[in-house]
Design a protein around this ligand. Sequence first.
Ligand SMILES: Nc1ncnc2c1ncn2[C@@H]1O[C@H](COP(=O)(O)OP(=O)(O)OP(=O)(O)O)[C@@H](O)[C@H]1O
Ligand SMILES: [Mg+2]
Length: 328
Amino acid sequence: MGRIDVKNLCMEYNQKRVLDRLDLEVLHGEFLVVLGESGCGKSTLLNLIAGLREPFSGQILFDQRDVTRLDVQSRNVAFVFQDYALYPHMTVEQNIRFPLENLKLNRREIDHKCDGILTRLRLNDFRNQYPNQLSGGQKQRVAIGRAMVRDPFVFLFDEPLSSLDPHLRDHLRLELKQLHKELKKTFIYVTHDQLSAMVLGDRVAFMDDGKIQQIGPPLQLYRSPANIRIARFFGFPPVNVLTATDFERLSGKPAPDSKMKFCIRPENLECRADSKGCFEVQWIQQMGAANFVYISVGKQTICGLGKGSLHKNQKVSCNFKSENLMIF
Ligand SMILES: Nc1ncnc2c1ncn2[C@@H]1O[C@H](COP(=O)(O)OP(=O)(O)OP(=O)(O)O)[C@@H](O)[C@H]1O
Ligand SMILES: [Mg+2]
């Protein structure tokens, strides 16, 4: 089992409220990503779930058992921090053996478990190296290996990949996903990186204003965000946000409500070369797989997906499917 219920959780630092009656249900065996801007309280939430801090009020349940006032040792959680926290004077193997030795297993059991973890994380070739002789990705795997020792109730990850280079990060994301599949444990992963959330999460919980604002499969947050802040958080280039007047200029249709905002993602707005088009290309952003073009609509600059051979000052016409329009 590995179900976690967070109920009405409040946390304050120096009378400043960081978590405000936060509710969250984490399902058994799921990979849940908590996503939100820097400073929104993700690490605070994770520390409270781990038992590294006590909340101001509210409850945390592990499989219906109230653990809110239990210390970290009594909760059996595995915590992987961004800065790895490996013992620098120990080899890879010793780093993994150390927590096993603390479990008071006999020597053969320790050998067996340690070999299993080293093999599973492909660390066999590095077992006699020290942390300062490892790459960021290898250190990361040792940290995960140490967390695997205990057969924990839940794995908690606090932005573990953010200090790595982009290629390594891509690679480790896939490894982490694979590891989750193999271990069949509950994973909670906090990050401000939308791409990690999209790639890793079975579900994503978006955190803002001390609460979970929306929770669901990543594509649901991407396609049907609950509010403009969530819409803006996902996607690159960022979503276009239009007033009713600019929406009418762009679509040539009357806006259903003059007070609403109309959002369309650049990849859903086709800008096609057209000598009779109403808009003009201001500049082009080459992305390799796609070209994004920027056009002026009213006083706003709007980004869309370029179609056909385009150049600066070219006339274009713009189209989108109504199902891709998000209205707030
Ligand atoms: N020990 C502390 N004492 C006082 N304020 C704190 C403490 N820890 C965190 N805070 C404040 O609480 C807020 C939430 O911090 P937290 O570390 O949980 O954010 P975060 O979402 O993890 O941010 P990031 O993405 O940058 O890691 C921030 O405004 C931070 O300054
Ligand atoms: Mg943090």
